[in-house]
Ligand binder design. Sequence first.
Ligand code: DON
Length: 587
Amino acid sequence: MEIPLKKSLITAAIIAASVWALGAAPTERVPDDPSIPPRVPAVFPSTWRFPAGGRATFAPHAMVASDNQIASDVGVQIMKEGGNAVDAAVATGFALAVAYPEAGNLGGGGYMVIRMADGRAAALDYREVAPLAATRDMYVGANGKLTGESVVGPKASGVPGAVAGMMEAHHRFGSLPIAKVLAPAIRLASEGFIVDSTFQRSVGSAKYRIENFSGRTSFFPNDSGPGFGSRFTQPALARTIRLIADSGASAFYRGSIADSIAAEMQRSGGLITKEDLARYRPVWRQPIRSSYRGYSFICMPPSSSGGTTVTEILNIVEAYGQPARFGSAEEIHALASASQRAFVDRNSKLGDPAFVSVPIARLTSKAYARTVAKTISRDRADPTARLASSEREGNETTHYSVVDQFGNAVATTTTLNDLYGSGVYVRGAGFFLNDEMDDFTSKPGTPNMFGLIQGEANAIAPGKRMLSAMSPTIVLDPKGQLLLVTGARGGPRIISATSQIILNVIDHRMTLADAMSAPRLHHQSLPDSIQLEPGGFEPAVIARLREMGHFVYEQRGIASAASIMRVKGGYDGLDDPRSRGGAAVGF
Ligand code: DON
């Protein structure tokens, strides 16, 4: 009798100790939650390029999903060293600037939505601003036509916000010393990484843009791009990140990096000065809080249109009625009509809140959505011209999602706009500058590179932020627990992809893999048409949409997302199957 009792006491002690250890350890498993509703297998047309029933990466404790495997690994490493999701997001952001220069950046800007495990939520706007010398019509030539200078070359860049933003996020929410957070990116830049086919193809595809500026010497020495299997090092970029690690963002905005940017601008005829850099500030904003059929959201207010427009679309769809079957003409009609109306508002009413008054509360209200939903007929499309005329008033981005072992979550989208931005490369500092000025309304009535026709609210003015579509979003389940961290790249299509991933998860109960792989549609009001991913929709459905009066055409690759979703016992994560080289990594 004595021995078994002793044995059971010892066993109990071991169990108690391990329960204590598990409870105290930072790597507590996400509790199995019976409230997580079962997922329903999706059905896609046989012609669709991604099969239903695909798998995501599963991890019990923490995860990073980004467009670059090396950068995801860096974020995970930081969390394994005890860092939280914000440390990991900042480390991933700097690593993307090194290993994924087509979109990861120090010379661009972005947005970060944060939700801490204790319920605090924050939204950081580190969008670029127009230089002080910018003028309203700076891209309109003598012949009245757009010159193209908003897209390529030194005049295309806004004052970069990325470094200030990431450092600010770390300052407020990070837990590890910044030197530790930036160490992997410094190493990656100085020791280099092995060139794979994705990197080689990406750089090669932008040769026409890069070779006209000083990045030519780093990216195309002897006229050829980085060789497959070779080691690609960026010593100047390593020096730049080391300076930031040592002296903070002031090295970039007031110190020697600012000197290099201003010198590059002077040499090439760009507008950004040392004064512009010294004045740059990221802005903490009140996140938009909204809901959809009992789930709630935390998303980005202007200067991005993302959160407002995603919210407006979801509110209109909710007010329109119960969801129709995924991929049916009824569902597409409702969603496209809601998007069309939300984009009319986006393109005419939104802009930098420091310059124009933005009716966010109204546009994101349920009452407004009910009024708008009533204008959607059940079986007929409305021309945008009619919707727009009732108004009374005047490629390349990257998204990454992070969750940590403490329950904190971060959704970040950052961009240079085009692949490798404006092409202009800061000599001696080792990074590309953005061509974000093209996101402004260069000329009312004339489309920008995404075909967006925007209004007065988004006109160019010195110090103003150009309107964005970036939509980093965090979704909570009806009990207020973290459910989904998502966002995408792809210009205005970001808004569509983000809304549709959310709808797929909530309305259609898809797994994360299916929700991300599902065929997407896009309607941005003008051009007045529904873009559908080819092969993703049944011919009979397309015929029915045309009958309703929709103009429908095929568009391959509607945005590319990176998402993490809480599932039983942990998290599923996935980088979009539409993009190459990304990965969800976890532990
Ligand atoms: O801020 C925006 O909305 C755009 N500059 C985003 C550009 C983009 O997503 C290009 N990526 N593929």
